[in-house]
Design a protein around this ligand. Sequence first.
Ligand SMILES: O=C(O)c1ccccc1NCC(=O)[C@H](O)[C@H](O)COP(=O)(O)O
Length: 213
Amino acid sequence: MPDSAVRAPQLTRPKVKICGTTSVQDAVLCTQAGADALGFIFAPISKRLVSPDVAREASLSVGLTVARVGVFLGQGLDEVLRLAEASRMSAVQLHGALPAEFVETAAQFYPVLRVVKADELSREGERWAADPRVTLMVDAPNPGGGVPLEWEALRAGWPAGAWLAGGLGPGNVREAVHLLRPSGVDAVSRLEASPGVKNPQAVKAFIDAVQGS
Ligand SMILES: O=C(O)c1ccccc1NCC(=O)[C@H](O)[C@H](O)COP(=O)(O)O
């Protein structure tokens, strides 16, 4: 059966989040290329770690309509909220094994992009389905690792509204969007010249590919 016979056509294109912003210059570059959201990584283990001061300046440089998402892994709630506030984030992205209460409390302050692994999707999808403050994002086990997921295997249980990350780039994002119809896509590794530094051509090609999908 052709794909068009089993799925309604997507009426709106997925939002595009470009992660790992470490400079004002790259924040402006991604915004001008058409990004809907920029990710700023505050997880200390990341090779794309950004300081709150730079994130704040970048956040204030991109105008009203671009979301600024603070990315956290292995950090306490106090630290998440403190860094998000200091750097003028408009949302938080929470990785790792966390109790639902953690996510719930964070959602009282910021919209949450809750990152889950493929095998957590069903349980977490049910948990947050009725909560508009929490959006699920499915990512590879190693965030920022540039490794794509098995999209076909995700199709059957894909929840409405979920976002997709993991090894997306200009060359494969159209296929992923076609298969899963995510509400948003997120990428970093395949859009960089080096860790933490964007490749302008790759950023533009990625956003253009999503907008044309
Ligand atoms: O990218 C990192 O270094 C990182 C480190 C720790 C936690 C999260 C991290 N990235 C989060 C993202 O949102 C990435 O864009 C996402 O994992 C996709 O990355 P990639 O597969 O490289 O496109």
